[in-house]
Design a protein around this ligand. Structure first.
Ligand code: GCV
Length: 724
């Protein structure tokens, strides 16, 4: 008897342990991103899928096909609650066939030659078609990586409960290089990173391959990202030494099956720092030789090395101008070093000089436009979306459309340096789309930024889109759960910029949370409105660069008297008792002249300038009547208050979602929204009080009084803000 009791206690404890273990294994901490693969809830859909999927056939054994197998083994049994397994032969029904004409005899038999011919190396087709007179779903591509992308697309159809009865999908990327830029330092800090430390554990590499590296690669492959720059553009030359190249090789080997290529940031002065040369002059034969040998060495570690990303002569970084050479001289020297092996150089146009009295936003154009046509064929000039620096709203960068003979690559920032960092919910697809859809008029109406960067406007062969990563080693990857949607939407738009923000938000919500409409619809509205809401409580009507000093956290419109005028806020808003705004018309800095004439006319004329760019281009008196009929001052106040109110509405909508979300993630978002609500009020009150000290006008009736005095806000001095 005693024995039995003992046994029972033992069994019970084991059971309890098992339960606890499963709870912690499946803790809803956001780790699984949009790749959750939970059992499909809708019974009709589930039944339908089960009847159409009973096995999959993959012929061939490459590392990428192995990855596809693993993904299916993870996804299908979980989604369908059925033990779906791999088969060598077709069965009577329910077959999924995946592969290329080269590795799959079944696919080779199909009349797909024409279709696949237009799909390129990464595109795919997903078709419902008879094979040997049996109906089945076929995912076919020209390469294994194309098949992997197609597999993820198919899984997304299941995850989002789409009809798969008669599939006829074909998809190929519009942009060739879809690349994350990590600003990760070798000591694992991340510049402007708000999700913990760097994913790359350099100390344990090359021996220890963390499962996170593979999950990172899986996530990227699922949205078509095909490149990653591992380290900060403020580069450390040590990265190019053998000790680190061994480690980079280990990562590149882990990522390769997922179609993810590795690139490195190159410190321009590396030949001096690690090469023992006296100069880094790009025209010096020894320097050229050094970079060539260094590149060849890198290729011995990583045969498919993607190439270099370079920040030169910007914010104190060394560059060709240190030797009186141009950006093209520097970029070409590096491009020559990697050309034979198919490498590229992504040379950043984010440059502004310390000495220039010019309006800072004009400098990149002034430096790069004259270099058009002088870059090697394997150079992409990487341009930030706007001419300043990832502000909540900027007009598109005037270089887009202005360099018809030089491939330009888009640089977006996923990490929310100026968008509330990781405490705020800001879905950035609308911001990215706004830039991509903007019309440069470079070749008449319809010459959108997207057509510049996809190469169609100026026949660029090389095309690219970069996203400054928001990923760190936090369990949920991005600090704020909704930061994941920015990683997701970047990948989706780099693949196909014609997708709408709504479509992408819809997909992401369904895969990340649930397909239930009473959740998806209101939360999608939160996402779609979130960027405009943030602009309203931070920098409405074209205001810019009024954030906290150095860490860029919180408001700081009063920032002045710093080592450089163009690092202050007063330089940009120019508020006085007469008015506010930066005159960039011909009467002012004439930055407007950098755009094509129709854009100049639109932005340069107070009456036609879109209100969202009003104070970016114009200096406007406080009494100026805006479109709503309000004075500028009143409108500014209404927008600040409206923005803060918008966050309250986001909170209300989210708080009604408890039934649809697991408690852990529900609470995470709820708590972050309450931080955001506080921060929105902080921005509102600090900015309204500060600008009021110039406008000398009352806050419009009906709006609450700010909670503290201006002095109080000016004295706030947050310490240890992450990401500096
Ligand atoms: C990596 C801004 C950021 C810097 C960043 C720089 C850049 O100035 O504040 O942290 O440096 O942009 O894009 O190079």
């Amino acid at each position: 008897m005693r024995n039995n009791i003992g046994k029972n206690i033992c069994l019970f404890s084991l059971l309890l342990l098992f339960c606890l273990a499963s709870v912690s294994v499946f803790a809803e901490d956001g780790y699984r991103l949009w790749q959750r693969y939970d059992l499909i809830k809708d019974t009709k859909t589930l039944k339908n899928y089960r009847s159409q999927l009973s096995q999959y056939v993959i012929q061939g054994n490459s590392p990428t096909l192995t990855v596809i197998r693993k993904e299916l083994q993870l996804a299908l049994p979980n989604l369908l609650g059925n033990p779906i397994s791999e088969a060598k032969q077709l069965s009577g029904k329910g077959n999924l066939v995946i592969g290329t004409p080269q590795n799959s005899a079944l696919i080779k038999e199909l009349p797909l030659t024409d279709k696949l011919a237009s799909m390129g190396p990464e595109g795919y087709v997903i078709l419902t078609t008879p094979v040997n007179r049996k109906k089945m779903v076929v995912i076919a591509a020209n390469t294994d990586v194309g098949a992997l992308y197609g597999t993820f697309h198919f899984l997304k159809l299941l995850q989002t409960n789409q009809n798969i009865d008669q599939l006829g999908i074909s998809s190929a990327p519009k942009i060739k290089h879809r690349v994350l830029n990590h600003w990760d330092n070798l000591d694992r800090t991340v510049e402007r990173g708000y999700a913990g430390f760097s994913l790359w554990n350099w100390h344990k590499l090359p021996d220890y391959i963390d499962q996170r590296y593979l999950d990172y690669a899986r996530a990227n492959a699922s949205i078509g990202i095909n490149g990653t720059v591992l380290t900060n553009v403020n580069a450390n030359a040590l990265l190019l030494t053998p000790v680190y190249l061994e480690k980079v090789k280990a990562l590149a080997d882990a990522f390769r099956p997922y179609g993810l290529k590795v690139y490195l940031t190159a410190r321009f002065s590396a030949p001096i720092e690690i090469g023992g040369l006296k100069t880094a002059d790009p025209l010096d034969p020894q320097v050229k030789d050094w970079w060539k040998k260094k590149s060849d060495e890198i290729y011995t570690y990583i045969p498919d090395f993607g190439g270099f990303l370079v920040k030169a002569n910007s914010e104190g970084q060394p560059g060709p101008q240190n030797y009186g050479r141009s950006h093209a001289d520097g970029a070409n020297m590096m491009a020559d070093a990697v050309a034979a092996k198919g490498g590229i150089v992504m040379w950043r146009a984010f440059v502004y000089s310390n000495e220039m009295p010019e309006d800072r936003i004009k400098q990149a154009y002034n430096e790069f436009k004259p270099l058009d046509g002088t870059f090697r064929k394997n150079v992409l000039v990487q341009v930030k979306n706007g001419p300043l620096d990832f502000q909540p709203r900027e007009p598109f960068h005037p270089l887009f459309g202005a360099m018809p003979k030089t491939p330009l690559m888009m640089e977006f920032q996923l990490t929310q340096e100026y968008l509330g960092q990781a405490t705020q919910l800001v879905y950035q697809a609308p911001l990215y789309k706004e830039t991509l859809d903007a019309d440069t008029y470079a070749q008449g109406e319809g010459s959108t930024v997207a057509k510049v960067i996809d190469g169609s406007l100026h026949s660029y062969e090389l095309t690219g889109m970069a996203g400054v990563s928001n990923i760190g080693n936090d369990r949920n990857w991005t600090g704020h759960l909704f930061g994941q949607s920015n990683w997701y939407c970047f990948g989706r738009l780099a693949w196909d910029y014609t997708l709408t923000s709504t479509t992408i938000a819809d997909e992401w919500l369904r895969m990340t949370f649930t397909n239930e409409a009473p959740f998806v619809n209101p939360v999608k509205d939160i996402m779609l409105d979130s960027r405009e809401t943030m602009v309203n409580y931070m920098t409405s009507l074209g205001l810019h660069h009024i954030m906290g000093w150095s860490h860029h956290y919180g408001p700081g419109p009063w920032i002045k008297d710093k080592p450089r005028a163009d690092w202050t806020a007063v330089y940009y808003h120019r508020a006085s008792t007469e008015g506010i705004g930066f005159d960039r018309t011909a009467k002012g800095s004439n930055a407007i002249a950098q755009y094509f004439p129709p854009v100049q006319q639109k932005f340069g004329n107070l009456a036609t300038c879109p209100e969202e760019f009003l104070l970016w281009f114009h200096r406007v008196p406080w009494d100026y009547k805006v479109k709503s009929g309000q004075t500028l001052w009143d409108e500014l106040c209404y927008r600040y208050y409206g923005g803060a109110e918008g966050v309250k509405q986001m909170q209300q909508t989210w708080n009604a979602q408890a039934a649809y979300v697991d408690p852990e993630r529900f609470q995470h978002v709820k708590t972050h929204l309450s931080i955001q609500e506080k921060e929105a009020r902080w921005w509102r009150d600090a900015c309204v009080l500060y600008f009021q000290s110039f406008s000398k006008k009352p806050i419009p009736a009906g709006l609450a009084k700010p909670e503290q005095t201006l002095e109080y806000y000016m004295k706030l001095d947050p310490k240890f803000v992450p990401g500096i």
